[in-house]
Design a protein around this ligand. Structure first.
Ligand code: GLU
Length: 300
């Protein structure tokens, strides 16, 4: 069997179009792009547009424009996750057919007394065995076998899903494919061999590996990089008021992103062209220099 180590490297950046590209997402894009380049690999851009209620009109275009402006080069055309709807549905159906997934009509109120684990409420399995799929979410069965993986930066990370998250939703009650299922199906279809993304998704990874096992997919390597936080420790995101990156001081912003990624761009690089910065970054990139779980930046 080919392992992800023996396959040609394919990485990706997979933003959700919930707002413009902010500094935190730029840092994640830089890390995955340079890591792919340093492995002479391919790098894909996938817009995860499967949650319209959370999306912002024009955000996908604005993210793509910002990435172009910063000199990112992705292989092939931009991939839109919504275009893979049929593949998501096929995967879902195969899990239902094997009785690995079942409909659930529970609402938040039903969980008032449920146990809480590190990921929030642990689903108590109330609807296991149910077949009433009208107006229902679909949950994936879990068990209590430890699901672990070796993260190149964060070390070994494992969870026992049944007691830490419980059976989790793979299709929402509103009919939308849940993030975990879509991301796993798309990473498989696109042949992703390594995922470089923010550490806020570290605790989602065991659920995604569980899905990969049930669907008999490859498990890529995972590298979770520190997230950028405000001084109060909250993650930079649209919700915490992060604004889109400026398109005026490109070199300075790119050098700042490389610095928070533990690289040490020479000072004069802030006056260099974008392509010179990318060349410097590709030659001197060492992902191991990236330590810790958070990088705090001053946000006015
Ligand atoms: N779309 C997700 C986000 O913007 C990232 C998904 C992933 O990298 O697995 O947070």
């Amino acid at each position: 069997m080919q392992t992800s180590e023996s396959l040609p490297y394919v990485g990706r950046f997979a933003p959700s179009p919930t707002g413009p590209l902010h500094f935190g997402s730029l840092v994640a894009a830089v890390a995955s792009f340079i890591q792919a380049r340093s492995k002479n690999g391919r790098w894909l851009l996938r817009i995860e547009d499967i949650d319209p209620p959370r999306e912002q009109p024009g955000a996908a275009e604005s993210i793509i424009r910002a990435l172009e402006h910063y000199g990112f080069q992705w292989d092939g055309s931009v991939i839109y996750q919504s275009a893979n709807h049929e593949a998501h549905e096929n995967a879902l159906q195969s899990l239902i057919d094997q009785s690995l997934a079942y409909p659930c009509k529970c609402s938040r109120r039903d969980f008032a007394d449920a146990e809480r684990g590190p990921l929030g409420i642990v689903y108590p399995g109330t609807c296991r065995g149910s077949e009433d799929s009208i107006d229902a979410a679909i949950r994936l069965r879990t068990n209590d076998v430890e699901i672990g993986f070796q993260d190149a930066l964060q070390g070994c990370f494992a969870q026992r899903l049944e007691s830490e998250s419980g059976d989790f939703v793979i299709r929402r009650r509103d009919g939308l494919t849940a993030y975990h299922l879509a991301v796993v199906v798309d990473d498989e279809i696109q042949g992703i061999t390594e995922v470089v993304r923010g550490i806020d998704l570290l605790d989602s990874t065991p659920r995604q590996i569980w899905l990969q096992r049930l669907l008999q997919y490859q498990t890529p390597n995972y590298i979770h990089i520190p997230v950028i936080t405000h001084e109060d420790g909250s993650k930079l995101s649209k919700l915490t008021g992060a604004t889109g990156i400026s398109l005026n001081s490109t070199a300075k912003t790119l050098c700042a992103a490389l610095s928070v990624l533990g690289q040490n761009p020479p000072r004069e690089l802030v006056h260099a062209s974008t392509s010179d910065i990318w060349s410097w970054a590709s030659e001197s990139w060492q992902i191991e220099q990236l330590t810790g779980q958070k990088t705090i930046i001053k946000t006015a």
